[in-house]
Design a protein around this ligand. Structure first.
Ligand code: BDR
Ligand code: CA
Length: 321
């Protein structure tokens, strides 16, 4: 059994990730923290509570965190996730209430109070996690690994070269990647490969059980969004949920330990993750201009069908007993 904390900006694919995390028999979801990203903070919290209802989750503590990045204003992704951040599905308002403590406090107490080191999964801009690691560096000793959906060694989405979660708060991403905690970067290089096809989406939609049906509705939104792109084959992307599949089944991912720095200069490349895959030392190092010396486990390939099956089997297993 693995103890898990999710930091989310729910978000269509964060919702898929929550559904999966609640239902996987080997994952114990200890806490969920929310941050502004795909939607404003209040909406993210409301969405998260609604999804936990549909998942049939036990009473997991949920906290609100940062309502904006460290430096810049928040910039939502309503054009991707819908005006409410959750595909405008009109889900019922939850009776659950957020915990009365800020996200950084919930993260600190949950991590330090866990009997074994926990896995922290960042599926959103990294503002909460950067604030945590700066304010309470002692948590590092009880974090097994940070698994981050973010960044890319190739293309971007927020800009041609920057992935949304890193682009939204690049300073936070740089702090987290350089904090000395083991990091897996589940970036766009693998994110765009893990998907569910239309017949399987229809199968999920056919279920009466609320979690499976919600997954079907969310995946239908994903298919409408980018299913026409030949690179996605008419499928619905699992997105953030793929990063949680990688926690449950790390063997489906191929990673390489590489230095990753975040471009912080203003301009179109701000938020790009510079993944150093060079074979020989470059002129930058030779002339004292080298970047970070961190070592991030960058996901470069994924067994997409293995994660598709894992996601479906887990969702269809129903809510936890
Ligand atoms: C990431 O940004 C958001 O749109 C998704 O929820 C995911 O976390 C992809 O770049
Ligand atoms: Ca997200």
């Amino acid at each position: 059994m693995k103890d898990l904390i999710l930091d989310v900006d729910t978000g269509v694919d964060d919702a898929l990730a929550l559904l999966f995390a609640v239902r996987h028999p080997e994952l114990r979801l200890r806490a969920v923290t929310c941050v502004a990203g795909n939607a404003g903070l209040g909406q993210v919290v409301a969405n998260t509570l609604k999804v936990l209802d549909a998942a049939g989750a036990p009473d997991v503590p949920v906290s609100a965190g940062a309502e904006r990045p460290l430096i810049e204003p928040a910039r939502d992704a309503g054009h991707i996730h819908g005006a409410d951040g959750l595909a405008d599905l009109g889900l019922p308002v939850s009776a659950r209430r957020p915990a009365g403590v800020p996200a950084v406090d919930l993260l600190r107490d949950t991590i330090l109070g866990a009997p074994e080191p926990v896995v922290v999964v960042g599926l959103a801009p990294l503002t909460n996690l950067a604030l945590l690691l700066r304010a309470c560096p002692e948590v590092a000793g009880n974090i097994e690994r940070l698994v981050l959906m973010g960044g890319s060694a190739s293309i971007g989405n927020a800009t041609p070269v920057a992935e949304f979660n890193v682009w939204h708060d690049p300073e936070a991403a740089a702090i987290v990647m350089d904090a000395g905690v083991p990091v897996t970067m589940y970036g766009l290089d693998v994110f765009y490969h893990v998907s569910v096809d239309a017949p399987t989406c229809a199968e999920l939609l056919g279920h009466d059980e609320p979690g499976s049906r919600l997954a079907g509705l969310l995946l239908r939104h994903q298919i409408a969004l980018c299913g026409a792109d030949p690179r996605v084959n008419g499928d619905g992307l699992l997105g953030d949920a793929g990063a949680v599949c990688a926690v449950a089944d790390p063997g489906g991912l191929t990673t390489e330990r590489l230095p990753v720095s975040v471009e912080l200069a203003p301009g179109r490349s701000r938020g790009q993750t510079l993944v150093d895959r060079r074979v020989l030392p470059g002129e930058d190092a030779a002339h004292g201009l080298a970047g970070t010396a961190n070592g991030v486990d960058v996901a470069l390939a994924v067994d997409a069908l293995r994660y598709r099956k894992l996601f479906l089997d887990t969702l269809l297993s129903g809510p936890p007993a």
